[in-house]
Design a protein. Sequence first.
Length: 175
Amino acid sequence: MRIVSSACHLFEYEVTAAGPCAVALDPAAVRARKMFVDCLVLQIAVEPGDAAVLPAAVEVVKTIALHNDAGYIVVESVAPWARNDRRAGGGAPDDVLTGLADALDVVSELTERLEERGELVHLMPFGWNTIRFTELAGGSRPRRVTRLNPAPLPADRSRLSRAPRMAGSCRSLSY
């Protein structure tokens, strides 16, 4: 799972048109503007097996939101297309629609768990084209990329960026 988090003074978006595999959306929501002030905007890319890192993802997002004093957490899910693992000795390619459905389930579960823990969360509609305006917050780390892996790091890299109490691995890059 890759989480790109941006601390924003202002984030505004407008849904314009449905893309391929777009989720159902109330027609009144199209062209309606949504605005969030002092928020944390997340772009979450989900890959196969990422359901295993869901508890760690919740903790990472809560920590980043707390550090940035975010009022709302705005979540956009990004589902990379299924890859063919034949080069690794695997069988047939993954079913793209199954991968998309699994990714949406993981992101929905993440938002539900954050809401259960008291966070205000807005889930952007998946698969829709949007017009956006973003005003990043100042500070030393307005943007952060965090990578959570369901599998442990290889033995020669196991000492790098490993969080205690986590079965997989976690790497963060701030810029």
